[in-house]
Design a binder for this molecule. Structure first.
Ligand code: SAM
Ligand code: SF4
Length: 323
């Protein structure tokens, strides 16, 4: 009988995001240092079998939805075996993957066969030069070809996630909406969050997505409830809906159902907190791991402090968390 583990605030925790590597084939300016990252000691990185053992424990405690992220998950050795291993675990109903799309063309069909249900592609500009600038070397055409291939592979509906960066892509809203309509994708605009080194960026880079979208006359906010994490806007000219995730100006802690595992084996109950727990000492004793997991869930913080005056940004860059 599957447990539906709740934290001490009555939230059922059923969603696990796994950062399978902190390495990446891009260096997005808001996510990673230009010099890249020091190679983590081999011993520190969870092996695929260890990740699978942990997911078994978590699934017994109510995790049924998984997102594979990174760094870039498609540079992780054995990524397809890892996905198919997770897919076989009792209780796992859905596996999504978030990718920068650089290798998606090569992987699309294999990801589908391995068991990926949903795919999110990160794309912050539709201008090849701007894309290359923000990713420090990424090739826009590869992402677009990857999206086409993923559509052919049936990894649909594809979501494209765009981090909203003031002074960089806030003038591309119309282009992205046209792109979404043409390619039949779900487009989501996500507010930039002060995490790791990007927390030093200027205030002008951090903008309020709802104010921006409300200034587009063709858009109507059709979000049903203020508690919804995604705000929905309808474009009457194109007859499509787009999503806004106001991760900076909104607060969804009350309905947070997620927990994160990093590639070096740390469980993070809250994205915006430095609190993390090392699972590695328990990998050889899954009964102890189960007890440890339950304790961590109970201790999940009630809410983040992003909106408070004494908020201190967390140390890890996003490539070491996964988004
Ligand atoms: N490499 C993959 C990719 O780019 O899709 C997966 C890992 S990446 C860390 C996951 C997501 O986090 C990406 O959509 C990225 O744009 C987003 N991200 C990174 N840093 C962010 C920040 N400071 N605020 C908001 N989103 C961020
Ligand atoms: Fe790599 Fe994704 Fe971070 Fe960009 S956002 S540096 S693609 S991990």
């Amino acid at each position: 009988m599957l447990n539906r583990l709740e934290d001490s605030h009555g939230r059922k925790i059923n969603y696990l995001r796994i950062s399978v590597t902190d390495r990446c084939n891009q260096r997005c300016k808001y996510c990673m240092p230009e010099s890249g990252i020091g190679k983590l000691n081999h011993m520190e990185i969870l092996r695929n079998e260890e990740i699978i053992s942990f997911v078994k424990v978590a699934a017994e405690q109510g995790i049924d939805k998984i997102r594979i992220t990174g760094g870039e998950p498609l540079v992780k050795k054995g990524i397809l075996d890892l996905i198919s291993g997770i897919k076989k675990i009792d209780g796992i109903k859905e596996i999504g993957l978030t990718t920068n799309g650089q290798l998606l063309k090569e992987f699309a069909f294999d990801l589908k066969s391995a068991g990926i249900n949903r795919i999110n592609v990160s794309l912050d500009s539709l201008n090849p030069e701007k894309y290359r600038y923000m990713t420090r070397g990424g090739v826009l055409a590869k992402v677009l070809n990857g999206i086409t291939k993923a559509t052919e592979a049936g990894l649909t509906p594809i979501k494209v996630n765009t981090v909203l960066i003031g002074g960089f892509n806030d003038n591309e809203i119309n282009d992205f909406m046209t792109f979404a309509k043409k390619n039949n994708i779900i487009w989501r605009l996500i507010e930039l969050m002060p995490i790791g080194e990007v927390s030093n960026w200027s205030n002008m880079n951090y903008i309020d997505g709802a104010t921006l979208l409300n200034n587009h006359p063709e858009l109507t906010n059709i979000t049903k409830s203020s508690l919804e994490k995604d705000k929905t806007f309808y474009n009457k000219n194109l007859d499509i809906s787009i999503k806004l995730i106001n991760s900076l100006t909104g607060k969804f802690c009350e309905s947070c159902n997620r927990i994160r595992l990093t590639s070096d084996g740390k469980l993070k109950p809250c994205l915006h907190s430095n609190i993390e727990y090392d699972i590695k000492p328990f990998l050889n004793d899954l009964d102890k791991m189960t007890e440890f997991y339950k304790e961590i869930i109970i201790k999940k913080p009630k809410e983040h402090k992003l909106d408070s005056d004494d908020f201190t940004p967390i140390n890890r860059n996003m490539n070491k968390i996964g988004g």
